[in-house]
Structure formats: structure tokens, C-alpha cells
Design a protein around this ligand. Structure first.
Ligand SMILES: N[C@@H](CCC(=O)N[C@@H](CS)C(=O)NCC(=O)O)C(=O)O
Length: 208
């Protein structure tokens, strides 16, 4: 059984998407990040960076002590290695998939997060920051679109943890001041992923 420390945000959905795809049993422990539950000592013991998602795997593959893990990219990689699912065993394709996974966790997620912040949550209007992050978001959607014009999924022909990491952020385009019709390959890819039974399950069953 896997304990998932979670809030219904793009980074949270990454993990429910994986767990639903792989059919792994899990228990959700909601962390209300708007009331500061992420700063409670019990959560910090699992996630010292005070952010969701985090997991505790009580049945690790080596049969040893439970594995406790934070950072969505590290969790997806751990779960892919544990299950042999959603990350290619072929070195070339695996490398492509990992490249896009890292692109998401190091660029697409953080930049879109800043876009969200300055457009929706900042206590003052900062036009420079809004312009900077909206333009960077547009650039990143173009990068995504160019890749998806070439391949069915981000890391090649197969759905993988690269898509799982990127989908929950990309689907929030309206919050990013993005018109998805400007990125037709992204729009098609979003539609395809939204129809997967595991995607529907992750979004229906994982609300707080
Ligand atoms: N790099 C982290 C980012 C996680 C993250 O930003 N989580 C947000 C919710 S989407 C959070 O928990 N924020 C609470 C806080 O910053 O106090 C990951 O990929 O797991």
C-alpha cells in the first residue's frame, strides 16, 4: 500500500495519474496547503521541503523498510522503476522520456507556477512579472507543440511519465493566459490523454 500526501493541484495529480495507470493501491492523505498543513511536523518528516506531493511506500521492491519520498519527478521515477510501467525499457526511448520529464520538472512546471502566481495570487499587480511569465509560458507551449507535431507522446510513441508530469500543468492553459488553439498538437494530445480511463479516475477520485 502507498500513502499519498496530496492536494488537488497539478503536482498532486501527477501521482494519482501514475497510480491509476499502474493500478497500484493507495490511500490519500489530504494536505490542505491553503491552511498551512504542509508546515506541520508530521508532514515535514516526510516532505522537508513543505510541498506536496509525497509518498510512503510500505511495500518497497527490496522488501525493506518503507520508502518515504518527496518531489514529483523523483516519485514518478521511483514508481516507474518499481512497477516497470510508463518508462521505456529501451535505452534510447527511456532517455527521450527522461529528457522531457526533466524539462517539465525544471522548466514547464516552475515557470507556469510563477505565471499562476503573478496572474492570480500576487498581492500587487506586477506588470513586468506578468509579461515575463506569460511570454515564457507561450515559449514553453511552443516547444511542447513542436515536439508533439513529431511524436504521439512527449518521449516518443508511448505514453510515459513525461506525459503524466506535463499533462496536469498543460491542461490549465486558461489560467496561464494561453489560447490552446494556437497550439493544435498540444490540444490534440490533451484531448487524447483526457480520455484515458486512468485520467478520468485520477481526476474524479482524487479531489479533497
Ligand atoms: N518541485 C516540487 C513542487 C511541488 C509544489 O510546488 N507543490 C505545491 C502545490 S502544487 C505546494 O505544495 N505548495 C505549498 C507551499 O509551497 O507551501 C515537485 O515537483 O514536487
Amino acid at each position: 500500500m502507498i500513502d499519498l500526501y496530496y492536494a488537488p493541484t497539478p503536482n498532486g495529480y501527477k501521482i494519482t495519474l501514475f497510480l491509476e495507470e499502474a493500478g497500484l493501491p493507495y490511500t490519500i492523505h489530504p494536505i490542505n496547503i491553503s491552511t498551512g498543513e504542509q508546515f506541520k511536523p508530521a508532514f515535514l518528516a516526510i516532505a522537508p521541503n513543505n510541498k506536496i506531493p509525497a509518498i510512503v511506500d510500505h511495500q518497497p521492491a527490496d522488501g525493506g523498510e518503507p520508502v518515504s519520498l518527496f518531489e514529483s519527478g523523483a516519485i514518478l521515477l521511483y514508481l516507474a522503476n518499481k512497477t516497470g510501467r510508463l518508462l521505456s525499457q529501451d535505452t534510447r526511448e527511456r532517455t527521450e522520456q527522461l529528457q522531457w520529464l526533466f524539462w517539465q520538472v525544471a522548466g514547464f512546471g516552475p515557470m507556469l507556477g510563477q505565471n499562476h502566481h503573478f496572474n492570480h495570487y500576487a498581492s500587487e499587480v506586477v506588470p513586468y512579472a506578468i509579461k515575463r511569465y506569460v511570454e515564457e509560458t507561450q515559449r514553453l507551449y511552443s516547444v511542447l507543440n513542436t515536439q508533439l507535431e513529431k511524436t504521439a507522446y512527449l518521449g516518443g510513441s508511448e505514453y510515459s511519465i513525461a506525459d503524466i508530469a506535463t499533462y496536469p500543468w498543460a491542461k490549465c492553459y486558461e489560467h496561464q493566459k494561453i489560447d490552446v488553439r494556437d497550439y493544435p498538437a498540444v490540444e490534440k494530445w490533451l484531448d487524447k490523454i483526457s480520455k484515458r480511463p486512468a485520467t478520468k479516475a485520477a481526476y474524479n477520485e482524487s479531489s479533497q
